[in-house]
Design a protein. Structure first.
Length: 347
Protein backbone atom coordinates (compact mmCIF):
# COMPACT_ATOMS: atom_id res chain seq x y z
CA UNK A 1 0.00 0.00 0.00
CA UNK A 2 1.48 3.35 -1.04
CA UNK A 3 2.09 6.06 1.54
CA UNK A 4 -0.64 8.69 1.64
CA UNK A 5 0.64 12.07 0.47
CA UNK A 6 -0.26 15.03 2.68
CA UNK A 7 1.48 17.82 0.74
CA UNK A 8 2.24 18.36 -2.95
CA UNK A 9 5.04 20.85 -3.72
CA UNK A 10 4.97 22.38 -7.20
CA UNK A 11 7.67 23.88 -9.40
CA UNK A 12 6.40 26.74 -11.61
CA UNK A 13 8.26 27.26 -14.93
CA UNK A 14 7.43 24.48 -17.44
CA UNK A 15 5.62 22.64 -14.65
CA UNK A 16 2.59 24.63 -13.59
CA UNK A 17 2.74 26.95 -16.57
CA UNK A 18 4.22 26.94 -20.04
CA UNK A 19 7.30 29.12 -20.38
CA UNK A 20 9.76 30.87 -18.08
CA UNK A 21 8.46 33.82 -16.12
CA UNK A 22 11.81 35.62 -16.10
CA UNK A 23 11.89 35.54 -19.90
CA UNK A 24 8.29 36.58 -20.49
CA UNK A 25 5.44 37.75 -18.22
CA UNK A 26 2.96 36.16 -20.63
CA UNK A 27 3.20 32.57 -19.38
CA UNK A 28 0.08 30.41 -19.60
CA UNK A 29 -1.17 27.68 -17.31
CA UNK A 30 -0.89 24.14 -18.59
CA UNK A 31 -4.24 22.54 -19.47
CA UNK A 32 -6.13 21.20 -16.46
CA UNK A 33 -3.80 22.66 -13.83
CA UNK A 34 -6.47 24.76 -12.00
CA UNK A 35 -8.80 21.78 -11.83
CA UNK A 36 -6.05 19.52 -10.45
CA UNK A 37 -5.03 22.05 -7.80
CA UNK A 38 -8.61 22.60 -6.65
CA UNK A 39 -9.35 18.88 -6.58
CA UNK A 40 -6.26 18.13 -4.47
CA UNK A 41 -7.36 20.88 -2.09
CA UNK A 42 -10.87 19.40 -1.82
CA UNK A 43 -9.29 16.05 -0.90
CA UNK A 44 -7.52 17.69 2.05
CA UNK A 45 -4.07 17.55 0.44
CA UNK A 46 -1.99 20.63 1.20
CA UNK A 47 0.06 22.32 -1.53
CA UNK A 48 3.07 24.59 -1.72
CA UNK A 49 5.67 25.96 -4.15
CA UNK A 50 9.41 25.35 -4.58
CA UNK A 51 10.55 27.52 -7.48
CA UNK A 52 13.69 29.36 -8.54
CA UNK A 53 12.15 32.70 -9.45
CA UNK A 54 11.65 36.28 -8.31
CA UNK A 55 9.24 35.86 -5.43
CA UNK A 56 7.11 38.98 -6.00
CA UNK A 57 6.67 38.31 -9.72
CA UNK A 58 5.77 34.64 -9.20
CA UNK A 59 3.26 35.36 -6.43
CA UNK A 60 1.67 38.11 -8.54
CA UNK A 61 1.30 35.67 -11.45
CA UNK A 62 -0.29 33.02 -9.19
CA UNK A 63 -2.69 35.67 -7.90
CA UNK A 64 -3.50 36.68 -11.49
CA UNK A 65 -4.36 33.04 -12.22
CA UNK A 66 -6.56 32.89 -9.11
CA UNK A 67 -4.41 30.18 -7.50
CA UNK A 68 -2.26 31.97 -4.92
CA UNK A 69 -4.54 31.09 -2.00
CA UNK A 70 -3.95 27.35 -2.48
CA UNK A 71 -0.21 27.42 -1.69
CA UNK A 72 1.02 27.45 1.89
CA UNK A 73 4.49 28.70 2.86
CA UNK A 74 5.68 29.07 -0.77
CA UNK A 75 9.46 28.90 -1.19
CA UNK A 76 10.36 31.11 -4.15
CA UNK A 77 14.06 32.05 -4.28
CA UNK A 78 17.34 30.75 -5.67
CA UNK A 79 18.31 28.25 -2.99
CA UNK A 80 18.26 24.46 -3.36
CA UNK A 81 14.82 22.95 -3.65
CA UNK A 82 15.66 20.33 -1.04
CA UNK A 83 16.08 23.24 1.39
CA UNK A 84 12.74 24.66 0.29
CA UNK A 85 10.97 21.38 0.97
CA UNK A 86 12.56 21.10 4.40
CA UNK A 87 11.39 24.62 5.24
CA UNK A 88 7.85 23.79 4.13
CA UNK A 89 7.96 20.58 6.17
CA UNK A 90 8.98 22.46 9.31
CA UNK A 91 6.23 25.01 8.88
CA UNK A 92 3.54 22.39 8.28
CA UNK A 93 4.95 20.00 10.91
CA UNK A 94 4.28 16.83 8.90
CA UNK A 95 6.55 13.94 7.95
CA UNK A 96 8.91 14.30 5.02
CA UNK A 97 7.70 10.91 3.76
CA UNK A 98 4.25 12.43 3.14
CA UNK A 99 5.55 14.91 0.53
CA UNK A 100 5.40 14.78 -3.25
CA UNK A 101 7.50 17.13 -5.41
CA UNK A 102 6.70 17.93 -9.06
CA UNK A 103 9.30 19.44 -11.38
CA UNK A 104 10.18 19.34 -15.07
CA UNK A 105 13.96 19.28 -14.52
CA UNK A 106 15.66 15.91 -13.84
CA UNK A 107 18.44 17.74 -11.99
CA UNK A 108 15.99 19.28 -9.50
CA UNK A 109 14.20 15.98 -8.95
CA UNK A 110 17.50 14.20 -8.34
CA UNK A 111 18.75 16.96 -6.02
CA UNK A 112 15.67 16.64 -3.84
CA UNK A 113 15.83 12.84 -3.90
CA UNK A 114 19.50 12.87 -2.88
CA UNK A 115 18.65 14.84 0.28
CA UNK A 116 15.13 13.58 1.02
CA UNK A 117 14.98 9.98 -0.16
CA UNK A 118 11.45 9.56 1.22
CA UNK A 119 9.95 12.36 -0.90
CA UNK A 120 7.93 11.15 -3.88
CA UNK A 121 9.51 12.93 -6.88
CA UNK A 122 7.30 13.24 -9.96
CA UNK A 123 8.27 14.35 -13.48
CA UNK A 124 6.00 17.22 -14.54
CA UNK A 125 5.39 15.48 -17.86
CA UNK A 126 2.99 13.17 -16.03
CA UNK A 127 1.02 15.86 -14.22
CA UNK A 128 -2.28 14.89 -15.89
CA UNK A 129 -2.19 11.53 -14.08
CA UNK A 130 -1.71 13.08 -10.62
CA UNK A 131 -5.30 12.68 -9.49
CA UNK A 132 -5.33 8.97 -10.37
CA UNK A 133 -2.30 8.12 -8.23
CA UNK A 134 -3.42 6.00 -5.24
CA UNK A 135 -1.24 8.01 -2.85
CA UNK A 136 -3.23 11.13 -3.78
CA UNK A 137 -6.61 9.48 -3.32
CA UNK A 138 -7.36 9.55 0.43
CA UNK A 139 -9.66 6.71 1.39
CA UNK A 140 -11.39 9.04 3.84
CA UNK A 141 -12.37 12.64 3.12
CA UNK A 142 -14.06 14.30 6.08
CA UNK A 143 -15.34 17.78 6.85
CA UNK A 144 -12.04 18.44 8.62
CA UNK A 145 -10.16 17.20 5.52
CA UNK A 146 -11.88 19.68 3.22
CA UNK A 147 -11.01 22.51 5.63
CA UNK A 148 -7.38 21.46 6.14
CA UNK A 149 -5.84 24.34 4.18
CA UNK A 150 -8.11 26.87 5.88
CA UNK A 151 -7.17 25.47 9.29
CA UNK A 152 -3.48 25.88 8.46
CA UNK A 153 -4.14 29.49 7.43
CA UNK A 154 -5.90 30.06 10.77
CA UNK A 155 -2.82 28.60 12.48
CA UNK A 156 -0.61 31.01 10.55
CA UNK A 157 -2.68 33.95 11.83
CA UNK A 158 -2.38 32.67 15.39
CA UNK A 159 1.37 32.29 14.98
CA UNK A 160 1.75 35.79 13.57
CA UNK A 161 -0.16 37.24 16.49
CA UNK A 162 1.85 35.19 18.98
CA UNK A 163 5.12 36.47 17.52
CA UNK A 164 4.05 40.09 18.03
CA UNK A 165 2.36 39.54 21.40
CA UNK A 166 4.15 41.26 24.26
CA UNK A 167 3.90 39.35 27.49
CA UNK A 168 4.12 35.81 28.91
CA UNK A 169 2.99 32.94 26.70
CA UNK A 170 0.21 32.01 29.14
CA UNK A 171 -1.28 35.48 28.70
CA UNK A 172 -1.32 34.98 24.93
CA UNK A 173 -2.92 31.55 25.30
CA UNK A 174 -5.53 33.04 27.62
CA UNK A 175 -6.30 35.68 24.99
CA UNK A 176 -7.25 32.96 22.49
CA UNK A 177 -10.40 32.03 24.44
CA UNK A 178 -9.81 28.31 23.89
CA UNK A 179 -12.53 25.74 24.46
CA UNK A 180 -11.71 22.02 24.61
CA UNK A 181 -14.83 19.92 24.04
CA UNK A 182 -14.83 16.20 24.97
CA UNK A 183 -17.76 14.09 23.81
CA UNK A 184 -18.76 10.54 23.05
CA UNK A 185 -18.15 9.71 19.42
CA UNK A 186 -21.25 9.78 17.26
CA UNK A 187 -21.64 7.84 14.04
CA UNK A 188 -20.91 11.01 12.03
CA UNK A 189 -17.56 11.32 13.88
CA UNK A 190 -16.28 7.90 12.87
CA UNK A 191 -14.76 8.82 9.51
CA UNK A 192 -12.70 11.55 11.18
CA UNK A 193 -11.83 9.18 14.03
CA UNK A 194 -10.53 6.62 11.52
CA UNK A 195 -8.59 9.37 9.75
CA UNK A 196 -6.98 10.41 13.03
CA UNK A 197 -5.71 6.88 13.69
CA UNK A 198 -4.21 6.77 10.19
CA UNK A 199 -2.65 10.24 10.13
CA UNK A 200 -1.44 10.71 13.73
CA UNK A 201 1.97 9.20 14.44
CA UNK A 202 3.89 11.19 17.04
CA UNK A 203 1.13 11.41 19.63
CA UNK A 204 -0.41 7.97 19.22
CA UNK A 205 -0.09 5.65 22.21
CA UNK A 206 -0.04 2.38 20.28
CA UNK A 207 0.28 3.17 16.57
CA UNK A 208 -2.78 0.97 15.96
CA UNK A 209 -5.19 2.05 13.23
CA UNK A 210 -8.89 1.30 13.35
CA UNK A 211 -11.33 1.40 10.47
CA UNK A 212 -14.86 2.78 10.49
CA UNK A 213 -16.54 -0.55 11.25
CA UNK A 214 -14.21 -1.41 14.13
CA UNK A 215 -14.71 2.01 15.69
CA UNK A 216 -18.47 1.70 15.29
CA UNK A 217 -18.44 -1.61 17.18
CA UNK A 218 -16.52 0.01 20.05
CA UNK A 219 -18.89 2.99 19.99
CA UNK A 220 -21.90 0.76 20.53
CA UNK A 221 -20.30 -1.65 22.99
CA UNK A 222 -21.29 -0.90 26.63
CA UNK A 223 -17.89 -2.20 27.77
CA UNK A 224 -16.03 0.43 25.78
CA UNK A 225 -16.07 4.21 25.59
CA UNK A 226 -14.96 6.05 22.46
CA UNK A 227 -14.33 9.75 22.94
CA UNK A 228 -13.44 12.50 20.49
CA UNK A 229 -12.35 16.04 21.30
CA UNK A 230 -12.41 19.33 19.46
CA UNK A 231 -10.50 22.54 20.11
CA UNK A 232 -11.84 25.96 19.19
CA UNK A 233 -10.64 29.50 19.78
CA UNK A 234 -11.55 32.98 18.56
CA UNK A 235 -9.99 32.25 15.17
CA UNK A 236 -12.16 29.20 14.56
CA UNK A 237 -12.05 25.44 15.03
CA UNK A 238 -8.96 23.24 14.92
CA UNK A 239 -11.38 20.43 14.08
CA UNK A 240 -11.56 17.05 15.80
CA UNK A 241 -8.01 16.73 17.12
CA UNK A 242 -8.08 13.90 19.65
CA UNK A 243 -9.39 10.40 20.25
CA UNK A 244 -9.50 8.00 23.19
CA UNK A 245 -10.69 4.39 23.46
CA UNK A 246 -11.32 3.00 26.94
CA UNK A 247 -12.18 -0.56 27.90
CA UNK A 248 -14.27 -0.63 31.08
CA UNK A 249 -14.26 -3.35 33.73
CA UNK A 250 -15.57 -3.36 37.29
CA UNK A 251 -12.07 -2.90 38.71
CA UNK A 252 -10.26 -0.76 36.17
CA UNK A 253 -10.40 1.46 33.09
CA UNK A 254 -7.94 0.45 30.38
CA UNK A 255 -6.86 3.14 27.96
CA UNK A 256 -6.50 1.15 24.74
CA UNK A 257 -5.72 4.12 22.53
CA UNK A 258 -4.93 7.79 23.06
CA UNK A 259 -3.97 10.13 20.28
CA UNK A 260 -3.74 13.86 19.78
CA UNK A 261 -2.98 15.89 16.68
CA UNK A 262 0.47 17.46 16.72
CA UNK A 263 -1.12 20.65 15.40
CA UNK A 264 -2.35 21.60 18.87
CA UNK A 265 0.67 20.73 21.01
CA UNK A 266 1.88 24.33 21.10
CA UNK A 267 -1.44 25.25 22.69
CA UNK A 268 -0.69 23.27 25.84
CA UNK A 269 -3.67 20.93 25.46
CA UNK A 270 -1.79 17.65 25.03
CA UNK A 271 -2.74 16.23 28.43
CA UNK A 272 -6.28 17.64 28.79
CA UNK A 273 -8.04 14.52 27.50
CA UNK A 274 -5.79 12.22 29.53
CA UNK A 275 -6.36 14.26 32.69
CA UNK A 276 -10.12 14.18 32.16
CA UNK A 277 -10.08 10.38 31.84
CA UNK A 278 -8.05 9.97 35.02
CA UNK A 279 -10.30 12.34 36.98
CA UNK A 280 -13.38 10.29 36.05
CA UNK A 281 -11.70 7.01 36.91
CA UNK A 282 -10.54 8.36 40.26
CA UNK A 283 -14.12 9.47 40.99
CA UNK A 284 -15.29 5.92 40.19
CA UNK A 285 -12.63 4.52 42.60
CA UNK A 286 -11.08 2.25 39.98
CA UNK A 287 -7.56 1.64 38.69
CA UNK A 288 -6.38 3.45 35.58
CA UNK A 289 -4.10 1.59 33.17
CA UNK A 290 -2.88 2.49 29.71
CA UNK A 291 -1.39 0.46 26.90
CA UNK A 292 1.68 1.83 25.19
CA UNK A 293 3.43 0.34 22.17
CA UNK A 294 6.60 2.05 21.02
CA UNK A 295 6.81 2.93 17.33
CA UNK A 296 9.39 4.78 15.26
CA UNK A 297 7.65 8.09 15.91
CA UNK A 298 5.69 8.13 19.13
CA UNK A 299 8.40 8.80 21.71
CA UNK A 300 6.66 12.10 22.45
CA UNK A 301 3.62 10.21 23.65
CA UNK A 302 5.75 8.06 25.95
CA UNK A 303 7.26 11.24 27.44
CA UNK A 304 3.73 12.57 27.94
CA UNK A 305 2.79 9.46 29.95
CA UNK A 306 5.93 9.59 32.07
CA UNK A 307 5.61 13.31 32.84
CA UNK A 308 1.99 12.69 33.82
CA UNK A 309 3.16 10.17 36.44
CA UNK A 310 2.66 6.76 34.80
CA UNK A 311 4.86 3.77 35.61
CA UNK A 312 5.22 0.45 33.82
CA UNK A 313 3.56 -2.40 35.74
CA UNK A 314 3.51 -5.14 33.12
CA UNK A 315 4.81 -6.07 29.68
CA UNK A 316 2.99 -8.17 27.07
CA UNK A 317 5.22 -8.80 24.07
CA UNK A 318 5.77 -5.31 22.58
CA UNK A 319 3.02 -3.63 24.65
CA UNK A 320 3.84 -1.93 27.95
CA UNK A 321 1.08 -1.68 30.55
CA UNK A 322 1.35 1.63 32.37
CA UNK A 323 -0.52 2.64 35.50
CA UNK A 324 -1.21 5.91 37.28
CA UNK A 325 -1.95 5.76 41.01
CA UNK A 326 -4.33 8.74 40.64
CA UNK A 327 -3.16 10.24 43.92
CA UNK A 328 -1.99 13.52 42.39
CA UNK A 329 -3.48 14.73 39.11
CA UNK A 330 -2.43 17.86 37.30
CA UNK A 331 -5.24 20.39 36.89
CA UNK A 332 -6.38 21.60 33.49
CA UNK A 333 -4.43 24.61 32.18
CA UNK A 334 -6.12 27.78 33.47
CA UNK A 335 -6.34 29.30 29.98
CA UNK A 336 -8.55 26.49 28.58
CA UNK A 337 -12.26 26.01 29.19
CA UNK A 338 -12.95 22.27 29.20
CA UNK A 339 -16.48 21.28 28.22
CA UNK A 340 -17.94 17.77 28.53
CA UNK A 341 -21.48 17.98 27.12
CA UNK A 342 -23.88 15.05 27.59
CA UNK A 343 -21.17 12.61 28.63
CA UNK A 344 -22.41 9.91 30.95
CA UNK A 345 -21.53 10.57 34.57
CA UNK A 346 -19.41 7.50 35.11
CA UNK A 347 -17.65 4.82 33.18
Amino acid sequence: MSKEIKCVVWDLDHTMWEGVLLESPHVTLKPGIPEIIRELDSRGILQSIASKNHREDALAKLKEFGLAEYFLYPEIHWNAKSTSIENIRKNLNIGIDTFAFIDDQPFELEEVKSVHEDVLCIDAAGYKELLTRPCLQPRIITKDSTRRRLMVIEDMKRQQEEETFEGPKEEFLASLDMKFVISEAREEDLQRAEELTVRTNQLNSTGITYDYDELNIFRQDPNHLLLVCELTDRYGSYGKIGLALIQKTAEADYLKLLLMSCRVMSRGVGTVLLTHLMQRTKKARKRFLAEFCQTERNRMMFVTFRLAGFNEVDKREDISILEHNLEKLHPFPPYIEVQVPQLEESF
